[in-house]
Write a protein that binds this ligand. Structure first.
Ligand code: PEP
Ligand code: MN
Length: 369
């Protein structure tokens, strides 16, 4: 099934002043004072256009702070009136939508735990039929690009054309330096499929701590993301949710001012040089593929030979020596050890797969591994 989204370009409905779109505000609205003070400070940072705040908080376990509910929407209304910032809130059921629309919230967002459920997404999209409120859709917690796309499609089918995808990282079973693994290849693939879809990055939920926000924000911009959502709190130390990852508005300002906004295209001279280098890469890739194919043909030949002589496929000692030797050569050539290990492992498992196939074919289904 082909992909299709009918999207309004971001610049048609929001003026970002030529800067990436910046959304900031607390993880959760806690008190009127906290919301207003944070918003006032944010409103004097020129890049910040949208004020975010959770009113209903999805918590993994019951008993934590679950948000202030409807009264927070009144505070958001004051934010809009007093600072001119647009406001956005997470909605997770049709009742949230009804209340958010009633209080004239400008933009809705769908959280990572809601996007995993097509029933919920369908219900939310139906509740928005007939409106043209912008909707931001976070990636689902699990790394499934189709679920993310499915949610975008469901809102689009309901008539929402002002859509933004938010990359907030993914649950990953192994320990990583991040709270949620960025898996940059997924938002990049989303952008490849939908070049017109604005994609913004949420470094706060990727990092889970303040220290790496700048680095991840810069990386997102270098990957041509259209903006950033960064959590801020007037006093992060006492925040009721996501305390470690929130920054003060002053710190946010500092981060934003050090971000380098690179151009997408360069001068004629730059483009010509780039084209030359890309042609070189194309040529090298073709050679690389040719060499891999040639290597696999030799692997097949060895497979035939082993099978004819009743020798096992896996010969650990040979493999261990080969890895040591290739790592040494590769490292001398300036290649990264981990990268080399990955390649060698992949080549090895493909070689074993091919030889197993040969054994199975020759021995009539009995492989000797
Ligand atoms: C949030 O933005 O505070 C939030 C709950 O995010 P996510 O849905 O990405 O976990
Ligand atoms: Mn949060």
């Amino acid at each position: 099934m082909g992909y299709n989204l009918d999207i309004l370009p971001l610049t048609d409905w929001i003026d970002t002043g030529g800067f990436p779109l910046i959304i900031s505000g607390p993880c959760s609205a806690e008190t009127e004072e906290q919301v207003m003070k944070t918003a006032q400070k944010l409103s004097v940072i020129p890049q910040v256009k949208i004020f975010r705040s959770g009113i209903w908080k999805p918590r993994t376990r019951p008993g934590g702070f679950e948000g202030v509910g409807e009264k927070g929407l009144k505070w958001l209304k004051s934010v809009r009136e007093e600072t001119g910032l647009l406001t956005t809130v997470e909605v997770a059921n049709p009742h949230h939508i009804e209340l958010a629309l009633k209080h004239k919230v400008d933009i809705l967002w769908i959280g990572a735990r809601t996007v995993v459920n097509p029933f919920s997404v369908h219900e939310l999209a139906s509740a928005l039929e007939g409106t043209d409120i912008p909707v931001m859709i976070k990636n689902p917690v699990n790394p499934d690009i189709d679920l993310w796309i499915g949610a975008l499609e469901r809102f689009n089918k309901a008539g929402i054309k002002k859509l933004i995808a938010i990359h907030r990282g993914f649950y990953f079973f192994e320990k990583t330096p991040f709270r949620n693994a960025p898996m940059w290849e997924i938002p990049i693939e989303l952008k490849r499929i939908f070049p017109d879809l604005p994609v913004i990055c949420d470094p706060s939920h990727i990092c889970g701590r303040r220290e790496t926000l700048r680095e991840v924000s810069q990386k997102a911009l270098d990957l041509e993301m259209n903006g950033l959502m960064l959590e801020s709190h007037i006093n992060p130390e006492v925040a009721l949710t996501d305390k470690e990852q929130q920054v003060t508005p002053d710190d946010l300002n500092e981060i934003l001012s050090t971000l380098v906004i690179r151009k997408r295209e360069g001068s004629m001279e730059f483009e010509t040089k780039l084209e030359e280098l890309r042609t070189e890469i194309d040529k090298l890739d073709a050679e690389l593929l040719n060499i891999i194919a040639r290597r696999m043909r030799v692997v097949d030949e060895i497979g035939e030979y082993k099978s004819n002589n009743n020798i096992t496929i896996l010969q650990l000692e040979r493999w261990n020596n080969l890895v040591i030797n290739r790592l040494r050569t590769g490292i001398k050539l300036g290649l990264n050890k981990q990268f080399l290990q990955h390649i060698l492992e992949d080549v090895h498992s493909e070689s074993i797969r091919r030889q197993t196939e040969i054994f199975t074919r020759k021995n009539g289904g009995k492989s000797d591994n």
